[in-house]
Ligand binder design. Structure first.
Ligand SMILES: Nc1ncnc2c1ncn2[C@@H]1O[C@H](COP(=O)(O)OP(=O)(O)O)[C@@H](O)[C@H]1O
Ligand SMILES: O=C(O)C1=C[C@@H](OP(=O)(O)O)[C@@H](O)[C@H](O)C1
Length: 171
């Protein structure tokens, strides 16, 4: 099985869809943010605060090279900026999860742990800037993706089912 690389804006549901996919398939899953946090023994928010965004992006680069060289049969969920890695397409089939900015925000805000969910994402601190970032990235996500899935008003389980059907043609 080729790897699947899930990309998309912060909070669109990459982690949630990944958790449904592993229930429905033989894929194992890893998350690039989780790998970075364990490499550093610090959460993303602290890495941004203490070492800056450029340092974080460098860690993403190391992770992308490692994934490309060592990982197979795996579903890889990524941080919202990971799609910029040069070797993305070499890692696996790239699947873009998309939804309008307002819908993504609404989902995060509806969560019982909303304050915590917003706080752990440094680039969501300023919502005006986050919106600009969304519109800057949208065409780039689309351009790099092999498959796009609109996740608006769908459960993570339904998104996972749709994804597995669509990746079949790339297997
Ligand atoms: N399909 C969905 N329907 C409703 N809420 C969802 C869905 N997918 C994710 N969420 C909620 O949206 C928030 C962000 O999801 P998450 O999987 O952490 O996103 P990402 O990994 O892309 O940052 C969480 O609060 C999660 O419970
Ligand atoms: O969009 C981004 O540049 C980022 C998204 C975050 O991941 P999620 O998409 O899982 O929130 C995390 O990697 C970091 O805060 C930077």
């Amino acid at each position: 099985m080729k790897n699947i690389v899930l990309i998309g804006f912060m909070g669109v549901g990459k982690g949630s869809v990944a958790r449904e996919i592993i229930k429905l398939s033989d894929y194992m899953s890893v998350d690039t943010d989780d790998l970075i946090e364990s490499m550093e023994n610090r959460v993303i928010k602290k890495i941004f605060e203490q070492s800056g965004e450029a340092y974080f992006r460098n860690l993403e680069k190391r992770v992308s090279l490692w994934l490309g060289q060592n990982v197979t049969n795996t579903l890889i969920s990524t941080g919202g900026g990971f799609y910029k890695q040069d070797n993305l397409k070499e890692i696996g089939i790239v699947v873009f999860l998309n939804s309008p900015f307002e819908k993504i925000l609404k989902r995060i805000k509806n969560h019982p742990n909303a304050v915590k969910k917003l706080k752990k994402r440094p680039l969501l601190k300023d919502l005006k800037k986050a919106k600009e970032l969304y519109y800057e990235r949208l065409p780039q996500y689309t351009a790099v993706a092999d498959i796009t899935i609109d996740v608006t008003d769908k459960s993570a389980l339904d998104c996972a089912k749709e994804l597995l059907l669509k990746v079949k043609q790339y297997a």
